[in-house]
Design a protein around this ligand. Structure first.
Ligand SMILES: [Zn+2]
Length: 179
């Protein structure tokens, strides 16, 4: 094993989990799962506030035991102000592929009072499928309201992802097959 770069232990599967929350804010577009939903309020935050993409990004990074999103894309860095959160997700995905893994499936739960996610779930799933390069039926989108949690002014997202080691790739090949 080269000393310069520590290779990730290539277990057959790796699970990752991510969580995020953002407060609703007037005057900004509501971005959830990479699409803009019609609503009176958006989500505040340094980037575009896409709570679902943030949770998914952290799930991917967590599966790789990589530093989390806040470490890789520091909120104090002006570069990420208003950034499209798809950039974060795609960077995490790049790391997944470089480590020799692909995504088996993802599942997620959104917790927010409004708007209703059901009518938009198919569009969110389609956008995530496009971003992640997996089939829409490998993506779970669930939503519920925050009963008794006192978080009516926030949107919360939980996400889990399962990575599988790419078949036919042995340890060390990831470096040779640089893209
Ligand atoms: Zn966030």
């Amino acid at each position: 094993m080269p000393k310069s770069k520590k290779q990730l232990t290539q277990c057959a599967v790796r699970i990752g989990y991510g969580w995020d929350s953002h407060e609703f804010k007037a005057g900004v577009p509501l971005k959830i799962g990479g699409i803009t939903l019609p609503h009176s309020h958006g989500l505040g935050g340094h980037s575009d506030g896409d709570v679902l993409l943030h949770a998914l990004t952290d799930a991917l990074l967590g599966a790789l035991a990589a530093p989390d999103r806040g470490t890789l894309f520091s909120p104090s860095d002006a570069k990420w102000k208003g950034a499209d959160s798809a950039l974060f997700l795609l960077e995490a995905l790049k790391r997944v592929k470089a480590a020799g893994y692909s995504i088996a499936n993802v599942d997620s739960t959104l917790i927010l009072l409004a708007p209703k996610i059901g009518p938009h779930a198919a569009a969110i799933r389609a956008r995530l499928a496009e971003l992640l390069g997996i089939a829409p039926d490998c993506i779970g989108i669930k939503a519920k309201t925050p009963e008794g949690m006192g978080t009516d002014n926030a949107a919360i997202a939980h996400a889990v992802v399962l990575l599988q080691l790419d078949t036919g790739r042995k340890s060390g090949q990831s470096k040779a097959r640089k893209k």
